[in-house]
Design a protein around this ligand. Sequence first.
Ligand SMILES: [Zn+2]
Length: 284
Amino acid sequence: MAVHAHPDDESSKGAATTARYAAEGVDVLVVSCTGGERGDVLNPSYGPPEGGLEVIRAVREQEMAAAAAALGVRQHWLGFVDSGLPEGDPLPPLPEGCFALVPLEEASAPLVELVREFRPHVMTTYDPSGGYPHPDHIMCHRVSAEAYAAAGDPERYVGRGDPWTPLKLYYNHGFSMRRMRAVHEAILEAGRESPFGEWIESRQAAEIPEREVTTRIECSDYFDQRDAALRAHATQIDPDGFFFAVPRAVEVAQWSTEEYELADSRVPTDLPEDDLFAGIRETV
Ligand SMILES: [Zn+2]
């Protein structure tokens, strides 16, 4: 079960991993906490969004369905409303009723129910910082950690299904500095222009700490599916942008894996790992 904040996050964080496991016969369910109703349109071939949140939601539902098909996974909406990324100094208040403002138990209840119904062995989510400071990404971490902790407890979330205890919880490593640097240098060495220099500098300047990598999943055979899923989010992803700037051969040679941090395990496992189901295959 891969829990994400918005439609498109599943295609930019751990996408090739989910495609690989799905291809290998794992029943993979992507969970989208919100409908992405307040996402900016990032594809210059689309104009600014017209219509209300419902219109955007409908567009993004179609995009999400195409992305899930590209990855070969199932997908479920939790039904919360996008909080948007507040910008300015001071930051404006979050919009009323948005995901990040829902009290934790109320926000976690539908995910607990889904965990008890789908019964995942492994859950993935974001680290406590959200990976980047979007309020929905931080909230996604909080509800995932709560569901992982509480779904197996019969005294919690009573009336929300029979208890089920997931065995491992991971944090996605979306954009590790080491990965970006390796790819950036390889592009420069190949005599091409790299779009990542500025990104690396701004990230360094912000002193965003690198989190621990415990688990590397070999998944370059699934990069085509990952890219197809990204492109399916047509309003959100610039087809000439950042995500598609690395020549495939450079990417595969420099970085053929996706990375995770094991946040909790209820089965014995040895680190580092190369399989999200390490320790589970042996015991289940
Ligand atoms: Zn997001």
